[in-house]
Write a protein that binds this ligand. Sequence first.
Ligand SMILES: Cc1ncc(COP(=O)(O)O)c(C=O)c1O
Length: 445
Amino acid sequence: MDIFDRHKQFTAARVAIRAGIYPYFIEIESGQKQTVKINGRKMIMIGSNDYLGLALHPKLKEAAIKTIKKYGVGCTGSRFLNGTMDIHVKLEEKLASFMGKEAALVFTTGAQANLGAIAGLAGKDDIIYADRFNHASIIDGCRMSFAETKRFRHNNMEDLERILAAADPGKGKLIVVDGIFSMEGDIVNLPAIIKIAKKHNARVMVDDAHSVGILGRTGRGTAQHFGLEKDVDISMGTCSKSFASVGGFISGSEEMIHYLKHNARSLMFTAALPPASVASISAAIDIVRAEPWRRKALWINAKFMRDGLRSMGYDTGASETPIVPIVVGNDSTALMMRKQLFDAKVFTTPVVSPAVPKGRSMIRTSYMATHTKKQLTYVLEVFNKVGRKLGVVSGVPAAYYERKKHKIELKARVRKGKAEIKKKIRNRTEKIKQKMKNMKNEPER
Ligand SMILES: Cc1ncc(COP(=O)(O)O)c(C=O)c1O
């Protein structure tokens, strides 16, 4: 058989393209913010991981441009050989301090950080325990590691305890979990995991791709959220979500990072993160530290959407974060719904089987600190219309959104009115001040 025969047999995507419901590789003609331009139309983006709304931030762009001018556009080699610049080392120090760990190591992508850390740390005499809903790059890291991998039911601590208890006590053990699960939007039961890990002498690695910057008092992620920072051995993060760039990192003890520098193949055998990305990540960390309002606004927006969707009857699963999945049933309903949302200028991403079990296909939505109430109310109104049309939910009366929109408009008018009055007062005060100054300067007659 010719292995290329498979290409002809792969027809599912072509069928969806012909039916006009293909949802992937959509061309976006603008930068990524809470709105994007597609086919010349402005759309509301609720499928992005730019949780804090930084992708087009002037300070990030400025930092990238300035750094390109000094260091150029690429590193032309791996971190291990000629690709480590002083800015990589400075960023690692900054990341370690941001995460509250001894050291950090920067990879070219988050996926590579997972591959390198898992395959670098676990070997043929070890066992890895992985949640069934972990990200694909964790699964790949396990496969590459030569360790035996055991998967436990999603966030099910009895299952984890059961399989760990049956393990050979002489083997090295690593538990790997997502902090916030990327599709379901729920948070891992870290307190129970730490307890079980201590009991069975296992190490714990948390993939904080979706939690760094947004979860915990200062944005350190899942461990900080639960007050367990000292108990997590390996914290992985990406720079492609709340840091709005590209890149990944591992943070932990100096000893572990030193070992990974010499054993993580996805670090040693690939080109280093380009200077522009290094600079924009560093600027993003400064903003995350200086502007906690972004985190607050994000969680307010997420709750607003989850409550709104649930009130219409949508199944949002176990979501408790800015990732809000909407479970709609079979694949075709998810694809049809995505298309109708898209036609109404709302950008979402469908997740269909085999990525999810049959009958649990979903529209994955995620929210940003910078979405306005007006934008989110419009999105809810569209979901209400589309869900009712497709028979997914019974929804709420359309008049509900008319009233909500009216209220938002009134509030905006009041805000605008207040701003105008303030401006008038300011101008008047300025004029009076100027007059008094002039009077003082006038020579006495
Ligand atoms: C949980 C999780 N881990 C790792 C990654 C990989 O990160 P990156 O896209 O930065 O390579 C992702 C990306 O979506 C993710 O969701």
